[in-house]
Structure formats: C-alpha cells, structure tokens
Ligand binder design. Structure first.
Ligand code: DNO
Length: 398
C-alpha cells in the first residue's frame, strides 16, 4: 500500500516533515480555504504542492473536494457547483493529482460528541456518546419530531443527562456537532443548523441516492477522461443523524451506487472506522467484495460501547477495537496482488492511518482533533508492520 498522511495545510500543527519522519510516503490534503461550490484554481493547487514539497513529500491525493448542499439537494446553484467540481478535477489532473476522495453526507460530515475523552491510561480519544447526542437533538437543537426517532428508554436517559448537563458541556456539544470537525466544509450555529436541516424536508434516502447517482453521472465521465479516480467516503457514523438520510453506510449502499455508474473511476474510500461503528457491517467480507473499486483505505478502529445501532463508541487504538485489522490488511494486500497480475496501473492502494489517540506529547501540541502526530505515527507503524509481515514470503502471501 502507499502510506499517506493527512495534512490540513500550513495551519496544521503537525508538519509535513513530521509526517515524513513518522514514515509517511505522501500527503493527502485539500484546499480548505476555497469556498464550497467554487472551482480550485491551478495556481492554488500549485501553491499547496509547493508547501508540501518543502516538507519533503508530494501531495498525492485529495481529501476532499467538498460537495455542496446545493448539489446534494439539487437546488439553487447546483448546476454551477457541478461545473466547478469538474473544473477542479481538470486543474488537479493538470497538476498531476489523480485521486479524489469526497463524501455525500447531508449537512454534517463526521460527527462526535467528545473530542478529547480521557481513556483509562490518560490518553485522549474521540467519542460518540449516543445519549449526549440525543440530548443535543431533543433539548438543544429542539428538532421537531426528534423524539420519534429514538426508543423511550434513551429519550428518558437523554432527558436526565440534559437536566444535569453543565453549560460548558452544552456549548462543547453544540460546537462539536454543529460547528464541524477538521475537514468538514461547513460549520453551523444552532439557528443555521435548523435552516440547513429544513433544506432536506421531503428528501429521503432514495431521493438523496438519486442525487448522488446524478452527480456521479456528471463527474465520473470527466474523471475517467482525465485518468482520475473518485472515491466516496462512507457515512460517519453509519446511520441517519438528526433525521437526515445517509446512503453510504453499508455494503448494499455502496453496491447500489457503484453499480449505477459502473466505472472504475467511481470508487470507494474504505473507512474501517466509519463503517465499523455498525455491528451488522462485516468489514473483512465487505473489504473483499468492494476491493476492485477501493482507491483509498482509511484504517482506524472503533470500540462499540452499547449493543445494536445507533450506538455509543470511541476511537480505539488501530489494532484494538471491534475491527479485525489484520484481516482487512490481508484483503487489501491480496487485492494489490490481484491487480498487479491483471496489469492495472493503479495496483497500489493508497492508505492512511486514520485518526489516532492523543498520547505522550500529543497531549500538549494542540493538533487538529483526531489528527495527532504520535497517535497516528503509532498507528502507521503498527499497520505497516502487519502489511510487511503479511507480504513476507515466509507467510506465503507472495
Ligand atoms: C474524518 C474524515 C472525514 C473525511 C470526509 C471525506 O476524519 O475521515 O472528514 O475526510 O468525510 O470527504
């Protein structure tokens, strides 16, 4: 696999040379400052390439070109936004960047309730606490009809939780959920969030899926012509949030979208952390079935804390948690071998150690939540250790 590190640009407290020292071979980044819906210019892309190169690595793929709410709802300026998206692809190809990750989650990108939850050994982890989330939905956001989405015992637990919730916790919850986490393109105040949700009135899962397929029917041919690959990131967490549909949460979801636009350029960002929060997602089987279309793997592990789903979970160490990471890596390594035999130019799969707990000096560095230096370094070291072991002739996979 090609070992990639996410870098948020010059504001990132973990530098490109830190990434290189940690063992990364390349960088995934985005032009976070360009407003959603506008095209990325060649000049801005070059500037970021130079910034990455100055740290000793290359900008190898994009995460993400944001997909605007207009495109997702097919309202307002959606046609112009699709044209801008295509234009960004053209400029990226011109600059030599050929792989683009994106997501199609309505309103909110990845969502957590705690960004620095203290684990038993004093590290800090990202966490999704279902009861806190429901308390936010019903009591802070006061979304009409919210209570209909949850079973009575959870509504009761959320009522109790909210009754004793300190003001700072309410503010933090609102910020973490509404204002967006690193990489999210938009942030919302409570009032803005209410307005953003209303835009989806009457848009259920089928309509949203239809919009994604229409979007892909437009952009995939352009990507294909440019020799590029697009890869859709799954829903995080993989279930509907705040009454919004989510359509890339299961294998079946992916298969429907991949089959609808059946081209290699229409691919998958296989995120084990996102998909792994759902107990009915059998990740080792999913990764094998989706393998030919996986262009990017996000390797991370979650530990589910409650039964079923939606559930509470936290981000565990890369080899701990509920996902069998060794089986995942074995499947990816064997897919690379299969592609090689097939003569595919894209036989090497990009992967990044996704997230990491804050440990050691991470605790004082103040990097982007979920993206510490040492926590990710540790993840990368473990993951590539497995990959090298599995690829060694003594284990017979070669
Ligand atoms: C979180 C990330 C997501 C991801 C986007 C892709 O850490 O995995 O924000 O970048 O959903 O578009």
């Amino acid at each position: 696999m090609r070992h990639i590190w996410r870098w948020f640009g010059p504001i990132d407290k973990v530098s490109v040379s830190d990434a290189a020292q940690a063992g990364a071979q390349g960088i995934v980044s985005a032009l976070h400052h360009v407003p959603t819906g506008s095209a990325w210019t060649f000049k801005e892309i070059r500037k970021r390439q130079d910034e990455v190169r100055a740290g000793g690595l290359e900008w190898e793929l994009v995460e993400s070109i944001p997909v605007s709410e207009s495109i997702k709802t097919m309202t307002g300026d959606w046609k112009a936004h699709i044209e801008a998206w295509k234009e960004s692809l053209r400029q990226l190809a011109k600059a030599g960047i050929f792989t683009v990750c994106y997501n199609f989650m309505p309103v909110l990108d990845w969502t957590r309730t705690d960004l620095r939850w203290e684990t038993a050994d004093g590290a800090r982890a990202m966490r999704f606490d279902l009861v806190d989330f429901i308390a936010f939905d019903i009591h802070v956001l006061q979304r009409p009809g919210a209570a209909k989405d949850y079973p009575t015992p959870l509504i009761e637990a959320a009522r109790e939780r909210f009754a004793s919730m300190p003001q700072e916790k309410i503010v933090a919850l609102s910020r973490n959920i509404g204002a967006g986490l690193p990489g999210s393109s938009d942030g919302y105040s409570i009032a803005e969030l209410r307005t953003a949700l209303r835009r989806y009135d009457g848009i259920g899962a089928d309509a949203l899926r239809g919009n994604l397929i229409d979007f892909l029917s437009e952009v995939v041919p352009v990507a294909e012509e440019l020799g590029m690959r697009l890869c859709a990131h799954g829903d995080d967490p993989p279930w509907p949030l705040l009454g919004l549909p989510r359509i890339l949460s299961t294998e079946q979801d992916y298969v429907r979208v991949l089959d609808a636009v059946d081209r290699n350029a229409n691919g998958v960002t296989f995120c084990t952390g996102s998909l792994g929060a759902r107990p009915d997602n059998d990740l080792p089987t999913m990764v094998k079935r989706l393998a030919p279309r996986i262009h990017f793997a996000h390797l991370r592990n979650v530990r589910r804390e409650t039964e079923g789903f939606p559930c509470s979970f936290f981000e565990d160490h890369h080899l701990d948690g509920n996902t069998d990471m060794i089986a995942i890596i074995a499947a990816l390594v064997s897919e690379e071998r299969r592609r090689k035999v097939e003569g595919r130019a894209d036989h090497q799969i990009f992967m990044r150690p996704d997230h990491g707990q804050e440990i050691l000096d991470d605790l004082t560095r103040g990097a982007q939540p979920g993206y510490p230096a040492i926590g990710r370094l540790k993840g990368l070291a473990e993951l590539r250790g497995i990959e090298q072991t599995l690829s060694h002739p003594v284990f017979g996979m070669n």
